[in-house]
Design a protein around this ligand. Structure first.
Ligand SMILES: Cc1cc2nc3c(=O)[nH]c(=O)nc-3n(C[C@H](O)[C@H](O)[C@H](O)COP(=O)(O)OP(=O)(O)OC[C@H]3O[C@@H](n4cnc5c(N)ncnc54)[C@H](O)[C@@H]3O)c2cc1C
Length: 346
């Protein structure tokens, strides 16, 4: 590895893995090492087999829109098949998307209170609304998005938890992990692609509040029939906010779920109301609550986000969904942050 630049990427979520891809494309001779605290890749985009359901399920059903150009380039245009439609649960009818902009806003920013700049960004991205098409994950999140990026990593070290740095002036000369320390040569670059909570614990300077997202999964051996044969519905006026139907299960997403009591039976009842169907049985379910799903994207927390990929250390750079001011914390932003960090390093 003599004279070969080493990129040390910490975090094997989408931002870290996509950074590996871009760096390898830019500099094929470079050596890319990824350190990941978990035993698998994906971070907040993971899929796993659950024996209770007998199938592959994602940690949370993720939605991507066809205006998410980087995400689209990764998974292919053909995956975006679903028209976004909103159903008013009280009036049992569809409503135009323009009447559901608050619901769109909450889903995108996981917070009802955002700044004018964030709103402006959102509407520019989503316009024209009638051209929007969506993909939602159905157990394939990791295989479609994350796994294809693994081939750009020369080495991946699982179970390596980044703990600290050793400094000489503003140069990081050593990374400290639970499994040992790694010396950094003058030519090498470190990229932190970890989430803000852990970054703040190690380096400091980014003390955010967080917003939660709750996902409920119901085992339904056949796709649930939803109004107008939709496979995904935005729900207006209910506790549920999004309803998805796959061939093996149905799921509900509730953004900014906070400490609200979410009872799987109540949510199932809402699903039955939407379907105009009486069901005496509650199917097998799983409930997954992510208390720190994203940073709280209100104006105050958004203002604390970094303005660039650089840090006060000359060889340490950052990426990840939280590092891009004004942008929603989502997959597309994680990918864009990877592009920004690569452009900065070049
Ligand atoms: C419930 C839920 C629903 C969501 N829904 C959507 C959606 O519908 N659409 C959408 O676009 N986005 C959605 N998101 C957001 C999306 O998942 C994230 O924006 C995206 O995955 C962030 O990627 P990332 O690489 O920036 O961070 P992460 O995925 O958090 O990756 C960070 C990685 O760093 C690792 N790490 C952390 N600390 C250390 C350490 N000390 N040492 C080594 N490694 C470390 C972690 O294990 C992780 O693998 C959702 C998120 C959640 C939680």
């Amino acid at each position: 590895m003599e004279n070969r630049r080493i990129y040390h990427i910490i975090g094997a979520g989408l931002a870290g893995l996509y950074t590996a891809k871009l760096l390898k494309e830019y500099n094929p001779a470079a050596y890319v090492i990824v350190y990941e605290s978990a035993e698998k890749i994906g971070g907040r985009c993971q899929s796993f087999f659950t024996s209770e359901f007998g199938c592959q399920v994602d940690n949370a059903t993720h939605v991507l829109l066809n205006c998410n150009s980087l995400a689209q380039s990764l998974i292919g245009k053909e995956c975006f098949q679903h028209i976004i439609r909103f159903y008013d649960i009280h009036h049992t009818k569809f409503i135009p998307i323009l009447r559901a902009l608050d619901d769109v806003h909450l889903a995108v920013f996981n917070s009802p209170h955002t700044s004018y700049r964030q709103k402006f960004y959102l509407y520019c991205q989503l316009f024209p609304f009638w051209g929007l098409k969506a993909y939602f994950s159905g157990g394939d999140l990791e295989s479609r998005l994350c796994r294809p990026l693994l081939r750009y990593c020369d080495e991946i070290r699982y179970g390596w938890i980044w703990k600290d740095i050793r400094l000489s002036d503003t140069f990081v000369y050593q990374l400290i992990f639970n499994k040992g320390s790694v010396n950094i040569l003058p030519n090498d670059i470190i990229i932190s692609a970890i989430d803000s909570y852990n970054y703040n614990k190690i380096i400091g300077g980014f003390d955010f509040e967080y917003s939660s997202i709750c996902n409920l999964f119901y085992r339904t051996s056949m796709p649930l029939t939803l109004p107008h044969n939709c496979r995904m519905l935005g729900i207006h006026g209910g506790k549920s906010q999004w309803l998805f139907s796959t061939s093996q299960y149905s799921s509900v997403t509730i953004s900014n779920s906070g400490t609200a009591n979410i009872h799987p039976r109540d949510i199932w009842q809402e699903i039955c109301t939407i379907r105009n169907y009486n069901s005496a049985f509650l199917p097998t379910y799983q409930i997954r609550n992510f208390p720190r799903a994203t940073i709280c994207q209100d104006e105050r927390n958004n203002a604390k986000r970094p303005v660039s990929a650089t840090t006060s250390f000359q060889n340490l750079f950052i990426c990840g969904d939280w590092t891009m001011k004004n942008r929603p914390c989502c997959i597309e932003t994680a990918l864009r942050s990877a592009r920004r960090v690569c452009n900065t390093i070049k």
